[in-house]
Each structure stands twice: as C-alpha cells, then as structure tokens.
Design a protein around this ligand. Sequence first.
Ligand code: ZN
Ligand code: ZN
Length: 81
Amino acid sequence: MKKLLRTDKATKKKICTICNVVVTQPLNHIESKHLNMKFPCSYCDKVFKGRLLLNTHVFRQHRDQNKLTKALGDSAPAKYD
Ligand SMILES: [Zn+2]
Ligand SMILES: [Zn+2]
C-alpha cells in the first residue's frame, strides 16, 4: 500500500496525502474514507463506515450485551483486533 499519511514537520500532525487534511484518527480516516471498509455491528443489523462509529454505537446501544460477551471470557470469538 502506498503511503497515505505524512507527518507535518512543524506541527507533527498526521496529514492524509489523499485529501490533504490533518487527521486525528488516521486509521479510522483511511478505513472509512479511502478503503470503503464496512464494520457490521455484531449485535444488530447496522453497518458502519468506521471502526470508531461502530465502537461508539456498540458502547451506546449494546452495553448490556457487551458485558455479556465479556463475561463469557476468552472463549468468545475476538471481533476486533
Ligand atoms: Zn483522506
Ligand atoms: Zn448494533
């Protein structure tokens, strides 16, 4: 994969080389804007364009189920790496 991010020497901020904007969540930005990755929710039918959006959704909407999954321990399949 070609370099999608560069670091601004002066500000030390990450800049997307495709859209030339400062990105605060580089991975999330690349995945959602440029890789068209989809992040399906494992608790409902919703699909999100970014890891961060999915995480926020799961945290807000499925907190209880989330606890349940965690309670199952390591035997539960790891959804996120
Ligand atoms: Zn970009
Ligand atoms: Zn959901």
